[in-house]
Every structure is written in C-alpha cells, then in structure tokens.
Design a protein around this ligand. Structure first.
Ligand SMILES: Cc1cc2nc3c(=O)[nH]c(=O)nc-3n(C[C@H](O)[C@H](O)[C@H](O)COP(=O)(O)OP(=O)(O)OC[C@H]3O[C@@H](n4cnc5c(N)ncnc54)[C@H](O)[C@@H]3O)c2cc1C
Length: 435
C-alpha cells in the first residue's frame, strides 16, 4: 500500500526474487500476509536465468541448469506447474595429457578416497586431507583429480572446502542423475512469481536495497532509488556473496543496528565463482571425434564441457569454476571466449580458425563479477553447519534469512536448497508473527 509515491508499507517485505524469495512470497501471500517483494534486478529469477540471446536457436541457461539428485521440492513444484523434465543423455569422455577416453570411469580411485575419508576423525579442508593421507608422487593423480572435482563441481577452493562434506556428497553419488527441466528453470520461477502475485503479493523490480534499519516488530528499508519500505517483518534472501562484502564495497547492505554474528558467519562459509561459456555452432561437428558427447572432463584451461543431448541443438557449454574462475572474475568476455575456444581446439583436435568459422553465437556469463550475486553458489567449509545456522537465525522475530547459502542438507548449492530455505523461512515468519 503506497503512503506516497516512494513510501510503502506492508506486513512482510521480501528482499530478492530468486527461488527462495519467490517461494516464500507465494507461501506468505497464500497464508493471507500482505507481502511486498523488492528485487535489485529488472527481472525475477536471480541465479536462475533462462534466456535466448541473439543468434541462438534454443534458449540457454546462464545459471542453474540441472536437477542434481532427487530434489523432491523442485520435482513437486515442477509437477504442480506442469513442467516436465528430461534426463541428460550420452557418453562421458575424459581427456588428460592429450589422451582421450570414452565412457571413462573418471573417478576410479573413489573407493580408496572414501575409505580414507570415512576414517578421518576430525574434519579438515580437502587440500590438507590429501596432503596428509595421499602424499608423494604415487598419489599425484588422485590428488589432482579430487581437487579438480571439488573445484569444478562444487566451485570450491580445495584449501577451504570440508573433507567430510565432500565425503557425504561423493558417497551419495549426487552428480550421477542430473535431468533438466524442459524449457529451462526460468518457466518454473516465472510460474512461482505469477502464483505469488495471484495470491496478492506485489513486486517492485529494479529496486536495489541499500539499508535495513530495524527494531523489534518494525523495519524501515531504504532502496537506492530513494523508495522507503516499512514492514513488521523482513525476509532477506540476498546471496551469500552479498553478505560477504566488506563495508565500503559496492553493493554492501547496511543493517542498523548491525548483526555482527550473521556477518561473521557469512565469511566462514565458502562461496565459489563460476564462468559459463555457451557456444552454438552451425553443425554438431564434434560428433565425428566424440560420438554422443554428453560430458567432457579434461585438463584444458576451460576443463568441463557438455552438450544439450538429447536435444540435437549444436550447442556446447563450457564450465570454469572455483579458484580458476575467481582468478578470471574481472577478465573481459572476449578473453574468456578466446580461452574457451583454445580449450575446445585442443579437446576436439580442430584448428581455431575452423572452430571460429563454425561458431554461430556465443554467450559468456561471469558470476564472480556479477552485481547482486558476487559468485555462483556456496560450498561447505569446516564448521559450516554452525555458520549456516548462525546466518539463518532470525533476529527478534523481525529479521529473517533465506537463500541457498543458509540451507543445510544434502542439496547444498542448488535451486532445491534455495526453494527449501524459502519454504522453511516463510513458515518461520508465519509462526513468529505477533498481531
Ligand atoms: C552458473 C551457475 C550454475 C548453477 N547450476 C545449477 C544447477 O545446475 N542446478 C542447481 O540446482 N543449481 C545450480 N546453481 C545454483 C542455483 O542457481 C542457486 O542455488 C539458486 O538459484 C539460488 O537461489 P536464491 O534464491 O538463494 O538466490 P538468488 O537466485 O541469487 O536470489 C537472490 C536475489 O536477491 C537479489 N538481490 C541481491 N542483492 C539485492 C539487493 N541489495 N536489493 C534487492 N535485491 C537484491 C538478487 O538480484 C537475486 O535476484 C547454479 C548457479 C550458477 C550461478
């Protein structure tokens, strides 16, 4: 309800229209709360961004793409929205030192690694664990592969990521079953937004929030454009990367009075970078060398690639994550594109000029330098369960927190994590509401 043109009053203000904020908005509005959702970007979705850039013939995913594992809430919402999903298909290849292997058991030493991980009495960072348990030249390949996997899949820094958390993830084989929502994740998030709005929630897009001033039961939130929001409760779903900013950095979110325990918890957690490079070619010319290519894992500068199989679109997606992506977070898109093409030239044994002649469209998304994200997704560090709980803890039944970064459970760093955290936080907001 507008008091004047730039002053608004509501019961619950939600900051952030990603998966967590949208699901919470739907739940709270459906429960009869007056809900206003403010979002910095001019679109909903956050780290879900399905788009069709010029030159592409099939929509691409700049952010989330796969459903990693069972993801029960995601599947149930997709069903409710009438959106199907489709298994990825094809062959996994590995290329190391110029040697190409089809259907490679790329993690053949996993049983040995797990045996040592289960014997580990105290948690420690992966890098320290590998040095301790697998020293010397004999284990160099195992150390390299475990490090590449943690950096590539979890976008983690091996010197910080928790060995115990990786043990649980690797033992569960989470990366094995990874379908995609048909048409991308975007339609699911747009559907959630429409549901929230149909239940009465109002959305203010292109409204970056700068400051949250609070006392029990009353919050004043100031946006960059001068708008002010008054609410009894605020649910903040900004990414961990925003909470990790230091005072004075662009995008820093002021909280008055400060919430030091939350800030301290945020910096204990890991938040990795990812660069996605999506290329569409005239033809799927790689079929000759890599028939039925689904995934390609390698030692190239841009090491991981995948196709869109079973969709026949001649698209390849390059993936650079963890410290290597962080290192390039300020690199121009052309530099990243050049590295990607050079990597592909090596992997496909095809001259650069031939690749460029085939290239129809390209898209580079560098999440480490993206405002309102400052990274891609969180990863578990030693002691991160306590830190996540501290970051998720409500303040005076007035400030609440959600988003994949505060989720603790088997689906860390995913859309599922964000959705679950949004649902949990919405229920907490309702339970702590005093009339
Ligand atoms: C490259 C990439 C690939 C991924 N791949 C997968 C995958 O295959 N499968 C999977 O399940 N997950 C994947 N993820 C993770 C998944 O996208 C996220 O976990 C999930 O989308 C996070 O949702 P969220 O609501 O927690 O945060 P977000 O989606 O980031 O939403 C937070 C919102 O807050 C807004 N915001 C930030 N600051 C402010 C401010 N000051 N004022 C107002 N609004 C603000 C942001 O603009 C954003 O819209 C991937 C992520 C990336 C980046």
């Amino acid at each position: 309800m507008a008091a004047n043109s730039d002053e608004y009053s509501t019961e619950v203000l939600i900051i952030g229209a990603g998966a967590a904020g949208l699901l919470a908005a739907r739940e709270l509005a459906a429960a009869g709360r007056r809900v206003c959702l403010v979002e910095a970007r001019g679109r909903v979705g956050g780290r879900v961004h399905t788009l069709l850039p010029p030159g592409f013939t099939q929509a691409i995913e700049a952010g989330a793409e796969f459903m990693h594992g069972e993801v029960p809430l995601t599947r149930s919402l997709l069903r409710e929205a009438g959106i199907a999903w489709q298994a990825a298909e094809g062959q996994t290849y590995q290329m190391q030192g110029g040697q190409l292997q089809a259907n490679a058991d790329y993690f053949e030493q996993l049983p040995l690694l797990l045996e040592k991980l289960y014997a580990l009495a105290t948690d420690m960072p992966l890098a320290a664990f590998l040095t301790q348990e697998f020293p010397g030249e004999a284990h160099a390949a195992l150390r390299t592969f475990a490090t590449q996997f943690a950096e590539g899949y979890d976008a983690a820094d091996a010197s910080r990521v928790s060995a115990w958390a990786l043990r649980d993830e690797w033992a569960a084989g989470g990366a094995d079953d990874s379908p995609r929502p048909v048409g991308g994740y975007g339609p699911l998030l747009h559907w959630l937004a429409a549901q929230a709005q149909a239940a009465g929630a109002t959305f203010h897009l292109a409204t970056p929030i700068q400051e949250i001033s609070w006392r029990p039961g009353a919050v004043e939130v100031r946006a960059e454009n001068g708008a002010t929001y008054h609410a009894r409760q605020v649910l903040c779903t900004v990414p961990l990367g925003v909470w990790q900013l230091a005072a004075g950095q662009p995008g820093y979110l002021h909280v008055v009075p400060e919430i030091p325990a939350h800030r301290a918890a945020a910096v204990q957690l890991g938040f990795g970078s990812v660069i996605k490079i999506i290329l569409e070619f005239e033809t799927p010319f790689w079929h000759d060398r890599l028939p039925e290519l689904e995934f390609l894992l390698s030692d190239a500068a841009v090491p991981t690639w995948w196709s869109q199989l079973p969709a026949p679109t001649p698209q390849l997606t390059g993936w650079l994550a963890g410290p290597a992506a962080h290192h390039l977070r300020d690199a121009p898109a052309e530099t990243v594109l050049q590295q990607a093409l050079e990597s592909l030239s090596y992997l496909l044994a095809t001259p650069l000029a031939a690749l460029q002649a085939q290239l129809r469209a390209h898209y580079v998304r560098n999440w480490g330098s993206e405002p309102y994200a400052h990274g891609a997704y969180s990863y578990p560090t030693v002691g991160s369960a306590a830190a996540r709980a501290a970051l998720a803890a409500p303040v005076a039944d007035t400030l609440f927190f959600a988003g994949e970064g505060v989720y603790e459970g088997p689906y860390g760093g995913t859309v599922e994590a964000a959705l679950v955290s949004g649902q949990v936080a919405a229920r907490l907001v309702l339970a702590r509401y005093s009339s």
